[in-house]
Ligand binder design. Structure first.
Ligand code: NAD
Ligand code: SER
Length: 317
């Protein structure tokens, strides 16, 4: 039986639901405490404990960590890129203060491991577009990207100064069917499936040739768990690791979907999210993650599309 007691903050979000379920499978339901501002997600009900928590309330978080004998924290609460541009100060405040609260409490209470995700949004227009390297020019142009870049260096600082074993991945856009995405620029790659099934058409807010780095959720969950389970000696990046799954444009994913949904129509009506997408790389070099802890994605565009449609069609029938 595992000795760890894991707290997942933001457990009802797009990643949180699937990560909570995966960690409960490994450690046992009672060992993984799900926490969120929102009501408990339907898929989590009956699989383990749930608490209502505002991560901005440091005292409440501290009491929870002590009372529940928490040993590991996964912090997933954040405001994503598109929503962040609508309220920059709120995005900065949540994304930064939540991390500082978790890092401070982890230092005081000797939490053994912390996980906090960064994003491809750390990169900006001056970063290389193709195969963007781990270390390069990083000048983010969104408040979300700025908060992720600053957060990476707070993680590195707490590791260097206080020895906290904090680990991080720069996720690409994540594609999933179990829980909805929460206000990012890459959300179109989930909406396109939902609209394909409901109406066999989609209006894309990104131009047809906008290539972005993407990853299917099963790969993202596996990457997170593999990173967290790797021996500390294998972790050479304490800011955040580049990881890559696939790269495609709205036109390419539409062509792939139309293989299974004949007559599928797509229209392109770009909005303010186009500028955010244009500021990001179109593909990512993840050779450091591959070398350090053997990262390797399993899903490409074709396999992911079939898997998404099979599972979404099943849940609609
Ligand atoms: P999401 O928006 O789907 O989920 C975030 C969850 O945090 C929500 O359930 C929300 O209710 C909760 N939350 C918000 N404020 C809170 C607070 N004050 N206290 C407690 N809970 C609060 O986000 P996600 O897509 O699951 O992303 C999780 C993490 O991964 C974020 O840090 C995000 O930046 C990062 N990330 C996500 C993607 C992606 O494509 N989904 C890509 C790169 C990085
Ligand atoms: N999927 C996220 C977003 O678009 C990337 O971090 O905001």
């Amino acid at each position: 039986m595992t000795k760890e007691k894991i707290l997942i903050i933001g457990a009802c979000g797009q990643i949180g639901v699937e990560l909570t379920l995966a960690l409960r499978k490994i450690h046992g339901g009672s060992k993984v405490l799900a926490a969120d501002l929102r009501e408990e997600n339907e898929l989590l009900k009956g699989t383990g404990p749930y608490v209502s928590l505002d991560v901005m309330n440091k005292e409440m978080l501290h009491v929870l960590v002590l009372r529940q004998n928490i040993t590991q924290i996964y912090l997933l609460a954040a405001i994503l890129s598109a929503t962040g541009e609508k309220n920059p100060s709120l995005a900065w405040s949540l994304n930064m203060q939540s991390l500082l609260n978790v890092l401070d409490i982890s230092r005081e209470e000797k939490i053994t491991k912390v996980y906090w995700p960064s994003s491809i949004a750390v990169f900006g227009p001056s970063s290389p577009k193709e195969n963007c390297p781990q270390q390069t020019v990083i000048e983010p142009s969104t408040v979300y990207g700025i908060s992720k870049f600053a957060g990476e260096f707070w993680c590195n600082y707490y590791h260097q100064r206080y020895g906290i074993d904090v680990r991080s991945l720069r996720y690409p856009g994540l594609i999933s069917y179990k829980s909805d995405p929460g206000g990012g620029t890459t959300d179109y790659a989930v909406e396109i499936f939902q609209d394909a099934i409901a109406e066999n058409k989609y209006v894309s807010y990104l131009k047809e040739d906008t290539y972005l780095p993407m990853m299917y959720m099963p790969d993202a969950i596996r990457a997170t768990i593999e990173l967290m389970e790797a021996p500390p000696s294998q972790i050479t990046v304490r800011t955040s690791y580049n990881i890559s799954g696939m790269s495609f444009s709205p036109r390419e994913i539409a062509v792939e979907i139309s293989r299974y949904r004949p007559g599928f129509q797509i229209e392109y009506v770009p909005d303010s999210r186009q500028a955010i997408a244009d500021s990001w790389p179109s593909s990512i070099d993840d050779s450091r993650a591959r070398a350090d802890w053997n990262w390797k994605p399993e899903f490409d565009l074709s396999r992911m599309t079939k898997h998404m449609l099979d599972n979404m069609t099943l849940s609609h029938s």
